[in-house]
Design a protein around this ligand. Structure first.
Ligand code: BG6
Length: 489
């Protein structure tokens, strides 16, 4: 394994994301040998911490990981340095540059820099501007920017943000994280589609009746009302995660599995999103908010009773919608999506329902054969299920539905890299395949802005009881055309 070399400058070093995700992910890379001797992390935040204190924070974040030994944790934490930093103060960038150059020499890194923005998005542009004006970019080695969501609030703010970071970084230096693209089973969609002769020829409107994407969460808003109140499920889950899953499920086959070619077909897919008028958007996308209910013997709060949520909040915690694509492959095929907080249980899954056999020669009463269905279980279990029709045992030719089921076992899942670990290694390697590009965001923001606009024009906020799968309207979205949600927990 080749060791990767970089000075990683982390804006938001004291934050929750860094502690929960980034330090553990970097530690796993260290344990696996992707990071060894030639790396250093500079954590920055406003607080006046010392290097020693910062190293304690990093140690605490990784010490309970299954692979952690005291020796390894100590060696890992010794690569971490801290700088108290005001993101608007030019002088602080000069100090940061000096520290990065010193560490670059000390660890013999060769000028590779990763700038990781894990903090409030209003500062992304300011930081990128200072990286340029205070000359932090190195002439030798690579300079890569990693940027977390939310990438904007609507199309206009996303564009403004993109313009501001693009003034310093080229598109091929920008790694916009969507952590769903780091998930094993999301990446597995590409393997499933393009690694199987039996699927790809059938993967179109001619054979597929509809596709369903469900990202259900059992948790409520937790402690994140400050962020969620101004986001809501549409911006939090649909514009990014669901759109990305949808693209992997429907894009054309890339000629080669290289970042440029994958992004080319993805860009084309996003350009083919069927744009609704606001009236059509209001018919095809519904929102709702959870209200208090008894869940497993306990009364849980409704969204408006959660800490930090306004009593008259109009923030949606649930979205269901029907999306269409204007491509020859998918013309007219509905892609149903839904996501919400406080649903029945946590489950991320995709169901592809094929059209039924046109002429069921085994039916005595004209009944069509049950449609074949392919389910991709993304989380918490990971695997696939294919429902096919077989002959019932006995002296008739009645069909019965059988399932071919595969799940990765828990032990293998636990050993596989976590999303952030995978994505951070991609950044170190310079592989942009599983990151989002501006062309996609440009389209997806325009798409969801219309839905937002349609909702904002009405005063009504439908509700659903906590612990259920959402409001009746989300069921009607399918039953109106004789369909049904495949996932019914
Ligand atoms: C985040 C959202 O992007 O994804 C959260 O901000 C959500 O609201 C989370 O809970 C879900 O991610 P996962 O990986 O737990 O499915």
């Amino acid at each position: 394994m080749t060791e990767k070399k970089a000075v990683i400058i982390l804006f938001g070093g004291s934050g929750d994301l860094a502690k929960r995700k980034l330090y553990p992910a970097l530690f796993q890379l260290f344990v696996r040998g992707d990071l060894q001797e030639h790396f250093a992390v500079i954590g920055t935040a406003r607080r006046p911490w010392s290097d020693e204190y910062y190293q304690e924070i990093v140690t605490a974040a990784v010490t309970n990981l299954p692979q952690a030994t005291t020796k390894q944790v100590k060696a890992f934490a010794s690569h971490f340095y801290y700088q108290s930093h005001d993101v608007t103060d030019s002088a602080h960038y000069v100090t940061l540059k000096t520290l990065a150059e010193k560490l670059d020499k000390q660890y013999d890194i060769g000028g590779n820099r990763i700038y990781y923005m894990a903090m409030a998005p209003e500062f992304f542009g300011v930081i990128a501007g200072h990286i340029k004006s205070e000359n932090l970019l190195t002439p030798d080695g690579f300079n890569r920017l990693v940027i977390e969501k939310p990438f904007g609030h609507d199309h206009a703010s996303a564009k403004e943000l993109n313009d501001s970071i693009s003034a310093t970084f080229d598109e091929n230096q920008i790694y916009r994280i969507d952590h769903y693209l780091g998930k094993e089973m999301v990446q597995g969609i590409l393997a499933l589609r393009f690694g199987n002769q039996i699927l790809e020829p059938l993967w179109s409107k001619d054979y597929i009746d509809n596709i369903q994407i469900t990202l259900a969460e059992a948790v409520g808003v937790e402690e994140r009302a400050g962020y969620y109140e101004s986001s809501g499920a549409l911006r939090d889950m649909v514009q990014n995660h669901i759109m990305q899953l949808m693209a992997y499920l429907t894009m054309e086959k890339p000629d080669t599995f290289s970042p440029e070619v994958v992004h080319k077909v993805k860009d084309a897919l996003f350009s083919s999103l069927h744009r609704y008028t606001p009236e059509e958007a209001a018919q095809n996308f519904i929102r709702a908010q959870y209200v208090s209910a008894d869940v497993n013997g306990q009364t849980v709060n409704g969204y408006r009773q959660e800490d930090g949520v306004a009593e008259d909040s109009m923030t949606e915690t649930f979205v269901a919608g029907k999306l269409l694509l204007d491509t020859p492959r998918w013309e007219g095929t509905p892609i149903y999506l839904r996501t919400g907080k406080r649903l029945t249980r946590k489950s991320t899954q995709v169901t592809v329902t094929f059209k039924p056999v046109a002429n069921n020669i085994f039916a005595t009463d004209g009944e069509p054969a049950a449609p074949n269905r392919l389910t991709i279980y993304v989380e918490p279990t990971q695997g696939y299920r294919l429902e096919i029709n077989g002959k019932t045992l006995g002296q008739t030719f009645a069909l019965s539905q059988e399932s071919l089921d595969f799940r990765h076992d828990d032990a293998s899942v636990a050993k596989a890299p976590e999303a952030y670990e995978r994505l951070l290694l991609d950044v170190l390697r310079g592989d942009q395949t599983n990151f989002t590009r501006w062309a996609e965001l440009d389209q997806s923001w325009q798409y969801v802005d219309v839905i937002r606009q349609a909702w904002d024009a009405t005063k009504a906020m439908p509700t659903y009881a906590a612990g259920t799968m959402g409001p009746q309207a989300s069921m009607d979205l399918l039953t109106d055309s004789g369909r049904d949600w495949a996932f019914k927990p």
